[in-house]
Design a protein around this ligand. Sequence first.
Ligand code: ZN
Length: 454
Amino acid sequence: MEQLPAIHFRTALLPDGWAHDVRIETAAGRIACIDTGVSAQPRDERAAIGLPGMANLHSHAFQRAMAGLTGKRGPGADSFWTWREWMYRFVGRLTPDDVEAIAALAFVEMVEAGFTRVGEFHYLHHDFGGQCFADPAEMGARIAAAAGTAGIGLTLLPVFYAQGGFGGVPAGDGQARFLSTPDSYARLIEASRHVVAPLGDALVGVAPHSLRAVTPDALAAILPLANGNPIHIHIAEQVREVEDCVAWSGRRPVEWLFDHVAVDGRWCLVHATHMTADETHALARSGAVAGICPITEADLGDGLFPAIDYRAAGGAWGIGTDSNVAIDMADELRLFEYGQRLHHRARNVIADEGGFNGRALFDGALKGGAQALGVEAGLKVGAPADWATLDPDHVGLIGRQGDALLDSFLFASGRHAIDAVWRGGRKVVTGGVHHARAAVVSRYCMVLQRLLMT
Ligand code: ZN
């Protein structure tokens, strides 16, 4: 990877909108200076169309290796819960080496798709049968190593998982590798901070898995460990989860959380699919981010996020690739919009009146995603030097200018129009291909052959 002295864009999307002849200088992985309306200097890298790097706010990297393996219909109705049984069997076989190899591939694919930081919601902590590793953050270290290989920014979210259901139901055998007590979790967080330190700008947040996996006492004990960093939780993804929460507490999940915890802008509520109008407004008002994972939510048959009411109330949101069944920023944003169109039988539903839909999608996900991962969004001085460039000669972008570029990228050309990606001031993707792809794929193939063919 080559350190970049400066780059000149013919046009680039800055926080105030599209600008022409944009020159960016970087220092120590961050944007040091931005000038607009200036010529390129002789040693500058040159690009036609620049977009800020996007945050992928929710990922379980190891699930990338399961993509496409859960499509055989079982007896009776398949659901999130039958998928979860399959996932537990798969995760039960993974070694730390396997996790690193799979995560490296997932992260390489994310960077190629224009994601420059990932929120890794990381719950596989222990060895086979729940045995603790000598270093409690052994698996987190492998995630960090994979992030280093791919050059992606990392907000590591070690997950606190303790119960098998609401009301303190004991965890099942399939969950043994995930479990913590509040004390062991405090040690895990400390160890996680240590293992991500070599990455430079990595963060460690706190992630209670879900209300069904924590007791109220444990939740209260672990939240202070965030120490100002992000707090993520899965919530209200499934109707059965909502029903179980009501049976336990008399409250729906989002309602319960707002009744018992001071939810603020550090929080990311992942999915938040099933909300009443009151819950939707409470989440929007709180300043927290709704973490929407359109492809995974479609794949698992979760339901549809109430996006129109939520946006009307000013709610922040971002996107995540979650199960990584497909890794594609443009596809996530397109499906987010298309789900709403199909449901409401309308077009251009995310845009404000007179605005372009692609721009509204991109800006919303950029701002909310960065907030959820605890970093600055967009191409501005002091922010990470993370961006993607689009190929002006891609047939889907011919003759486009300004916001029509984003509409065409997200709705027509998709990821194939991504030419190069820089992360932390270094070019890591050229011609749509990550510089580490060949080595990462080779290692991944060996791991998958062992996992799936023996
Ligand atoms: Zn998830």
